[in-house]
Write a protein that binds this ligand. Sequence first.
Ligand code: FAD
Length: 563
Amino acid sequence: MEAFDEIHDFVVVGSGGGSMCAGLVMRSVGNSVLILEKTEVVGGTTARSGGVMWLPNNPFMKRDGVEDSFEKASMYLEALCGEDRDAPGSTPARRRRYISEVPRMLDFLGRQGIKLTRAQYWPDYHDELPGGSERGRAVVAELFDVNELGAWKQKLRPTFIRAPYALLPPTLEEMMELPAYKRSWRVKLLIVRLVLRGLLAKLTGKQWTAGGAALQGRMLQAALRSGIDIRTDSPVSELIVEAGEVKGVLTNRNARPWRVGARLGVLVNAGGFARNQAMRDRYTPGTSVKWTMATPGDTGEMIEEMMRHGAAVAQMDERVGNQQTHPPGAEDSEAKPTAQAMTASPHCILVDQSGLRYMNEGGSYMAYCKAMLERNRSVPAVPSWAVFDSQYLAKYMLAGTMPGSRKPQSWYDSGYLKRADSIEALAQQIRIDPATLKTTVERFNGFVASNHDEDFHRGERAYDRWLGDDLNKPSATLGTIAQAPFYAVQIIPGDVGTYGGVVTDDHARVLREDGSVIAGLYATGVSTASVMGRKYPGAGSSVGPSFIWGFVAAQHAAQVASP
Ligand SMILES: Cc1cc2nc3c(=O)[nH]c(=O)nc-3n(C[C@H](O)[C@H](O)[C@H](O)COP(=O)(O)OP(=O)(O)OC[C@H]3O[C@@H](n4cnc5c(N)ncnc54)[C@H](O)[C@@H]3O)c2cc1C
């Protein structure tokens, strides 16, 4: 390996979810690790995210008396993903390995000082299936004081979790409760607790962060302590391959090409291609880079580089959808308002451009956005319309604004927020046949009266109800659209990232089309074809796998049986 500028045992491309987890495994047995991150900050979309990891049969469930087991989780994944056609990322062996690594990885991370816990109630997205968990399998990081990172604090990518005021540092679960503050004493008390937390933080010099930044902040802290070398502004442009084996990578250092050797292997954890319009046009046509909340580094070149060396790719047409509504300026901003719970809440429905409902608005965001694109093949449905009334606006958020708040005049002037005194007049504004929209709304109001959505069964799943409003009685998701003025905004099938990539085996090794292994090359996260195939089992089905396959890859490369 003389031709290298420097040599490490293990080199990781990208600082995503699995990168530091893999690095910690390597360091635990004394191997040197270099993580090369293209952007100026560490953490990837994982740091921006909610930081939720779908980790079935985790010890926090046992601690809290929530039933789960390897068998139950396997039953669920089999029921959900077992039938996936053309999803080589989701083999039975990989699904089994995924579930079986959860307790081992959490034990390992616990020993590294990473403080995790479970979300208290976050149903699986298909909890009605055999093996589904109503209380959920989501694992999250405890709040993290970024000041503990010292100079590295500026290098941690911030989370998307924002509280309305700086003095209210909430966890993700707490943030989701805040909009009900006017209607719930529980939430009023929560705000008091948050203010106290904020004041105490000010007094003690702490700066709490939550979600993905708490997770990646904790990982970064452990990584630095363990001696992992992490470099930002260090894009990898090529894999260095000799005789079919990956030996290192080409990056830049001090503005010149820099060849780094990797004795035990290279792990690619470089995200997907949500920010690459050419790759979108090829693999997910009809979608736009302007619809994604993935971070700017998500440009797919490492997937293409692995393909150049013979890697097979699969599930490239899959994205983790995220329904969004775009007030003026949102398309060009990093923070795009999600409409995830909007049309699943009472007093709101989703209709296509002919004025018909066409799905259970309470399903997973992945299923929701797929349904929009699928519908669009026969009836124009991109964008679709959220139709709601004044009860909705009084009780729920719209495009990031609080319930009952005055909406910016520019929303009306620009035509983003349509308003009318009758459903027929609203229909005319959004160019839908008035009689059709009236019939749709009346039919939905009939379902509200009978508390049963005969067409799409909205509200029958625990997850649908979780998305809705547990203060709304008798149904968390059904409420009439009956009080003028009536409103409509466009909903588009945005995303938080892509879900296809290189095919890997149950050791996270990258495979060729013929199933053979590309020696020295591992991959994890959304650079790979997901172990969940074409489905999203529950909150955290992107970050969870990124961590697990990073953990698995490092064990294989270092030949460690039990880190
Ligand atoms: C607002 C939001 C909330 C979300 N919430 C959740 C959630 O709670 N749970 C969940 O599971 N998913 C969530 N997602 C989706 C999830 O965050 C991503 O799919 C996931 O984090 C991807 O992780 P990763 O490890 O594959 O890559 P990433 O975390 O994106 O990391 C990849 C890194 O590689 C770097 N990189 C790319 N190319 C190169 C190169 N050539 N050289 C060097 N570095 C490179 C990138 O800059 C990036 O830093 C959310 C997404 C968003 C936007």
